[in-house]
Each structure stands twice: as C-alpha cells, then as structure tokens.
Design a protein around this ligand. Structure first.
Ligand code: MGD
Ligand code: MGD
Ligand code: SF4
Ligand code: MO
Length: 716
C-alpha cells in the first residue's frame, strides 16, 4: 500500500494549524506541520501530533451507544438512534412545549465550521430558544462589555506592529488565545519582543507569558478590577491619555476619571499585592508607547466582577486611543465574513442583554442570542412550566466543564432525554441515554471559519476529508438534519433553505454557511492548503462618516456604581472575599499545553507529561501543611472538597493554588485522582457570586482551604 500525503488542518484545538497528513489504506498514519503554509509555517503542538492516535484510538466510539435499563451501553445504529430520539423529542415538545428542548454546544462544536450555524438554524426551525454554548461559561464578559462600551469599527491596534502589549489573565503560548494571534504564538511573541515590543503581564503566577514580560504584575487572584483602576488612575493623573481621541470619540470620560480616583496606589498595593511602583511603571509603559493594546483571557473573565473588569480593559484601550485610524491598512478584512466597511468611528453601545427569552433562574436571560449555561443545570432541575427535559450536548462535556459539578450530575440524572455527541465515553457520556458517535476532524471537509478574523492577513483553508471511516459515525450536522427531517421542521442557513427530503452533502452545507463570504468558497477550495488571499486593491481605514456622532462609553453609570462598590469592599484577611470568611488560599484556573479542556486524557504522550491535574503550589505553603511533592491534599471551598496531587513550584505565589479544569470524574472515582485528576468545578457554587447578567459563576480566584488529606489513595 502506498502512502499518500495530503494537506489539511488540525482541529484538536481552535488554532487550526496547517498540516501534511500521511494516509495509507484509508487510515491516517502520521501528521506534520505544513512548513509551506504562509501563516503557521509548520507549527504543531504535542496534541496535534497525536491526531492519528485520536482517530485510531481503541477507545474511540465506532458506533453510537444506547443506555440499557441496567446502566450498560449497547451499540445502536445512527439511523435507529435518530428514530428513537426524534420520537422522544416530539413527545416532550407535545407535552411541555419547545422550551423543554435544549442543546449545549461545547468546545468541539466550535472546532468545526458547521455545527454552531446549523444547530442555531435547527433551533429556529423547532422554535426552541434554548440554545446554550460554552461561551457563557468562558468569557461572556467580552461580548457584554463590548455591547455596553461600544466597539471601534476599525479594531484595536494590530499585534504585528504594536510597541506594547498588555495581557491580563491569559497565557497565549499555551492556550492559543489572547492578544497574540494563535498561529505559532511563541514565534510571534518572541519576534515581537526581539523587535522591541514591551510586554506587560498581569497574572498571579509566573505564567509562560509572565516569564517573558518586561513587567509582571503578580496580582492577588480576583483583584484585577482594582489593579486596572489603579493603572487608569495613573494615566489620568499623569496626563498620559489620548485627549484628542477621547474628545472626539468617547463619552463619560469625567465619570471614569472620578470613579478611578479613589484607587490610589497605596490602596491598590494593599489590596492587590502589587507594589505601587510597579503599577506606576506599567501604566507609563502602556500609555506612553505609540501603538499597542491590552487584551484579556479567562483569568480575568472567570473572576469576580467580570463585566466590570472587561469594561476596564476596553476603557484602557479607549483612554489611550489604541485603535486603527483613518488611512491605516486593514491587514485582514476577512475571507468568510461579508464585505463590510472599516471606518475610523465608534459602533455605539447597544446592550446585548435584557431581550429575548427570560431564564427561570436567578433573574437571568438571553445574552447575545444565547441562554446562560451557568444556569442550565438549574433549568433542568427546577420543576414547573418551561422546565428543560431534553438536552443534546454537542462536542462538550458538562460533567467536567460546567460550574458546580454536583449540581450538574443531579441535572444529568433529572433529564428525561440525555443525548451527547462525543468521540468517546466522556464523564458526560456515561450519564447519557444515547451517545452519538461522530466523525473526527480529518474525516470531514472543513473551513477555517472560527479563526477568520484573527489572522494577521486574509487567510483561509478549505480541507476535504482525508479518510472515510468504514464504520457508522456521522457528523454533528447530519444528526440535527436527521432530527429535523423526522420532526418535519425546516433548516434555513443564510437564507438558503436546506433540502429536508434528500440529505445534502457536507460541502453543500459549507456552501450555505459561507453564502455571504467576501471570498467565495469555491475560490478557497481551489487552493491546495492554506492560502493568503491578497486583494487587488488594498483596503484602508476610511474616515468617520460625516454626521456620525457615535461615541464609546467609557463610564456607564451602572458600571461606575459597581466600581464604587468594589472600592467600598473591606479588605479581608487571608483569601476570603467578605468579612468573616476564613479561607487561606485562592484557587486559580490555568491550561496545560498537553490537553484541551477534558480532551487528551487518553493520549500517551500527553499523559507522560501529566497524568493528573496537579495542584501547583508554593514551597512555603506546602511546608506549612507538611505536604511534599506528590502528596494528596484536601482542597475545600464553601461548596465542597476535592482531592489534589501536590506539585511544588516557585512560579506560584504563596496563598495561591493553580489547577487546570475539566479533569476528574464523578465522586465515586475520586480515589483515582492520581490518574484521572480532580474536578475543580466541584468547588464552584453557581448560585453564589454569579454575574447578574450572564450568570457566569466564579471559576477562578475561588477561596479555599488546604490540608494534607487523610484519604487513602493508592500511589499507582
Ligand atoms: N472551573 C473551570 N471551569 C471551566 C473552565 C475553567 O477554566 N475553570 N473553562 C471553561 C471554558 S473556557 C470552556 S470553553 C468550557 C469547555 O467546556 P466543554 O466544551 O463542555 O468541555 P470540553 O472538555 O472541551 O468538551 C469537549 C468534548 O468534545 C469531545 N470531542 C472531541 N473531539 C470531538 C469531535 O470531533 N466531535 C465531537 N462531537 N466531540 C468531540 C471530547 O471528547 C470532550 O468530551 O469549560 C469551562 N469550564
Ligand atoms: N493547551 C490548551 N489550550 C487551550 C485550552 C486548554 O485546555 N489547553 N483551552 C482553550 C479554551 S476553552 C480557552 S477559553 C482558552 C483560554 O485561554 P487563556 O485565557 O489564555 O487560558 P489560560 O492559559 O488558562 O490563561 C489564563 C491565565 O490567567 C491566570 N489567572 C487565573 N486567575 C487569575 C486572576 O484572578 N487574575 C489574573 N489576572 N489572572 C488569573 C492563570 O494563571 C493563567 O495563566 O484556551 C484554549 N486553549
Ligand atoms: S495548537 Fe496543537 S492542537 Fe491546536 S491546532 Fe495546532 S497542532 Fe492542533
Ligand atoms: Mo473556553
């Protein structure tokens, strides 16, 4: 058998690195970075290099599964599963209405060009508003803050020619996220530092990014709003702001200035642990550089006051005028998005909440057209009109990822119909009535839709399927098409009515998804591999439209009130938030290079690096509780206790535990912590300290106590 080499791209994570794929006998046998690719230049990571194993893994589901009355699973054909599930959905809708039917779309609905669009359209056809995604347990604050502050149509300054970059709670060279474009971000960051770009990192621990920073502000977890206010105060008092830009394009500047005024540096130092001199230096470094912006990640948006904190990020860019201006080159006008103008003007605030379907839980409701995932377990558990009775999870793992794991487990049990589409028997799949086996990435045609706007130039990649699986697996959209076909509901994508009698091909669906593309998909299909598309005429940022007086709102009254409440909080001894709370540590979230949320925990080369999610802690803290490397500790929040495997590290400050999320399983398996890890979401209380707009629970900076565990855990 000969080996054939074809071009494709990795979808183990959302970075979509360009690959060369060796195929033999309809089997993926090896992948390499495509060195000829103009954007990625051959980059891959340890996860992507294990793609062949992911495809051929012995534990991969090669058929869909149905739960039997005794709790075991038996294979079921996808057509039979669809018949049964469609029947059940129809019965539930007849009895309880369409609100009883929800979908949750996780990270692997995003690492794929079709599901989000297709499943939204399915919801529209079924008339169910209950569309949930992982975004609302991730960084919903970004969309909320943007909708309240407004956005700059031409975008913030590019990373490629930035003189300064500030990163808050993000670690781009590991996460492929944040202000560095996630295409070989290590190289991009190193190149930028070599050409003289200054880097400021705000992170409690010495993260990979912090190790490269000119200034690292090791903020006490969860105190970012205070620190960012301190930075803004320095910029105002020292006159380092862009007065012309503010006068022409912003409103409520005075309100912002007076609101940050009480955040004097003594106070900021006491509360955040960052020395006053460092706050000053960071503010000067950021504000005095001509170009460059601040961006944030999960470390900011999962903490307390996420919308306020994210607003302060936007305000910092606005106050320093860190936007592309009239005459600047638009380096990436996008391939798959529609043609649109790029003008040097504000897109005014338009709050992305308070409309649409109300949630029955905690006064929440729709945010930017989705329902809040942090309240979905309550929507399932709480009886009464509108109760969610059927859940279809797509490429997500609620038991691992949703805040408040014990409540999530209760919800999974309470469902009348629990379906998950997953490549393996995940912690969630083990609670499901049906597990639908999907194709894995290299088995499907796909496009670089998610990353379209992040490229430094207009770049796009269409890949055909590399191999055709010889067993009964279907794509996510095929599952939803199959349901709609049986339920008699329509699917309309970008004005294209999908044929509901004869199943279209994946390429037909991709055509519908990209119906409004600036660059036609057929042109992208013609290229072999990832390609940079250069416009015949360069596109430059146009002047503001005459008569347009839209302004960015840097100091909306409700947020200024929230900021004043933050300032009024008493500074608590130890790690609690409120007076009377007795906690010694704050547990913070982080990512590990070798895994993608709960994915990768079956890949040997990843497991050789970590076979658990260690509880990283400072040597002094370990000594204080008598713990050594590899010991088991109890980590206790006000919600629950989990076990953690100690890993001692000088990179973690005293008072902080740093742990990766989405590990572990159900409580009955806790004694396997050394090989399956622990669920940090069991420490999270989704009904306390939640964000009142998005429902976002506090998933980092969680107050905890630690002690050497009395649990007897086998060492291997
Ligand atoms: N405490 C705490 N909680 C967190 C976070 C945190 O930092 N701290 N992070 C949050 C964030 S940012 C996110 S995005 C969420 C993630 O939440 P989820 O997306 O719900 O969790 P994942 O573990 O990414 O789930 C992905 C699932 O998709 C499956 N899968 C892999 N490939 C495919 C495929 O090709 N098709 C299909 N159908 N399935 C596939 C995997 O086996 C896995 O079970 O978790 C959130 N939860
Ligand atoms: N290898 C790998 N890559 C991934 C993922 C993965 O699991 N593994 N997950 C993907 C997903 S779903 C997402 S959303 C992105 C997220 O991308 P990022 O947001 O960049 O995620 P992290 O790498 O966890 O970086 C968050 C940083 O915030 C810091 N932090 C924690 N708490 C606080 C705090 O209170 N304040 C401040 N200032 N910092 C804090 C942590 O120490 C950490 O260094 O990554 C994606 N990429
Ligand atoms: S960073 Fe790694 S996992 Fe993500 S797309 Fe690239 S090779 Fe795949
Ligand atoms: Mo995420």
């Amino acid at each position: 058998m000969t080996v054939e080499t074809k071009k494709s791209f990795c979808r183990f994570c959302h970075a979509f690195c360009a690959l060369e794929v060796d195929v033999e006998d309809n089997k993926v046998i090896e992948v390499r970075g495509d060195a000829s690719d103009p954007i990625y230049g051959g980059y891959t990571c340890i996860k992507g290099r294990q793609l062949p194993l992911e495809h051929n893994h012995e534990e991969r589901l090669r058929s869909s599964m149905k739960r039997m009355p005794d709790g075991t699973y038996e294979p079921i054909s996808s057509e039979q599963a669809l018949d049964e599930i469609a029947e059940k959905l129809k019965a539930i809708i007849d009895e309880s209405g369409t609100r009883a039917v929800a979908t949750y779309n996780g990270s692997h609905a995003f690492c794929n060009g079709i599901p989000l669009t297709f499943i939204r359209a399915w919801h529209a056809g079924v008339k169910s508003p209950m569309f949930f995604t992982s975004v609302t347990i991730d960084q919903p604050a970004k969309a909320i803050a943007g909708s309240r502050h407004g956005m700059w149509m031409a975008g913030t300054n590019n990373f490629a020619d930035a003189d300064v970059t500030m990163m808050v709670g993000t670690n781009p060279t590991v996460s492929m996220f944040g202000p560095v474009p996630p295409f070989n971000p290590s190289r991009r960051l190193n190149d930028a530092l070599k050409r003289g770009m200054k880097l400021i990192v705000i992170d409690p621990r010495k993260s990979d990014a912090a190790k490269k920073a000119d200034i690292h502000l090791a903020v006490k977890p969860g105190e970012d709003a205070t620190l960012l206010s301190g930075i803004l105060r320095v910029i105002f008092t020292e006159g380092l702001y862009d007065g012309d830009f503010l006068a022409a394009n912003a409103e409520h500047v005075e309100e912002l200035r007076t609101s940050v005024e009480p955040f004097n540096l003594d106070y900021v130092e006491e509360r955040t642990g960052v020395p006053a001199g460092q706050v000053e230096a960071a503010a000067r470094m950021f504000a005095s550089a001509p170009k460059g912006s601040v961006g944030s990640g999960t470390g900011l948006d999962m903490g307390p006051n996420p919308n306020l904190s994210e607003h302060l990020i936007l305000a910092l860019n606005t106050v320093c005028g860190r936007y592309e201006r009239e005459g600047d080159l638009v380096s990436n006008p996008g391939a798959f998005g529609p043609k649109r103008p790029f003008r040097a003007e504000a897109v005014p605030p338009s709050p992305a909440w308070g409309k649409g379907e109300p949630s029955r839980i905690r006064g929440l409701g729709e945010v930017f057209g989705e329902m809040p995932t942090a309240a979905l377990s309550d929507e399932i558990i709480m009886e009464g009109d509108g109760q969610v009775r059927a859940l279809i999870s797509v490429g997500g793992n609620p038991v691992a990822a949703w805040p408040d794991q014990l409540k999530t487990l209760q919800a999974m049990e309470a469902l009348d119909l629990n379906v998950t589409i997953d490549i393996k028997m995940s912690a969630t799949a083990k609670t499901a009535d049906y597990v639908i086996a999907p194709k894995v990435s290299l088995e499907r045609p796909d496009i670089t839709l998610l990353t379209d706007g992040w490229y430094p130039e207009t770049y796009a990649h269409y890949t055909p399927a590399m191999v055709e699986p010889e067993f009964d697996v279907i794509e996510e959209w095929e599952f939803f098409w199959g349901l709609a076909h049986r339920m008699g509901t329509p699917i309309n994508i970008n004005g294209v009515e999908i044929d509901m009698e004869n199943k279209p091909s994946t390429d037909d669906v991709l055509d519908a998804v990209t119906a409004n593309s600036r660059i036609p998909l057929d042109e992208i299909r013609e290229a072999d591999g990832g390609t940079v598309f250069r416009d015949k005429e360069k596109i430059f940022v146009e002047p503001k439209e005459p008569g347009n007086n839209a302004r960015l709102d840097v100091g909306p009254p409700d947020l200024m009130e929230e900021l004043s409440n933050v300032r009024d909080m008493e500074i608590v001894e130890g790690a609690g938030y409120r007076q009377g709370e007795q906690f010694t540590h704050r547990l913070i979230s982080r990512r590990l290079r070798e895994f993608y949320n709960s994915s990768g925990r079956d890949l040997p080369r990843s497991l050789a690096k970590y076979n658990t999610n260690p509880a990283f802690m400072n040597p002094i803290d370990a000594e204080e509780i008598g713990a050594s490397e590899g010991d088991i500790i109890d980590i206790t929040s006000e919600r629950s206790t989990i076990l953690g495997v100690v890993a001692i590290s000088d990179d973690i400050p005293s008072g902080v535990i740093s742990m990766s999320h989405s590990w572990g399983d159900v409580p009955a398996l806790d004694d396997q912590v050394r090989t399956i890890g622990a669920s940090t979401n069991r420490l999270v209380n989704n009904a306390k300290d939640f964000d009142p707009i998005t429902g976002m629970a506090r998933q980092t900076a969680i107050p905890v106590n630690i002690e050497l565990s009395k649990a007897v855990i086998p060492t291997s």
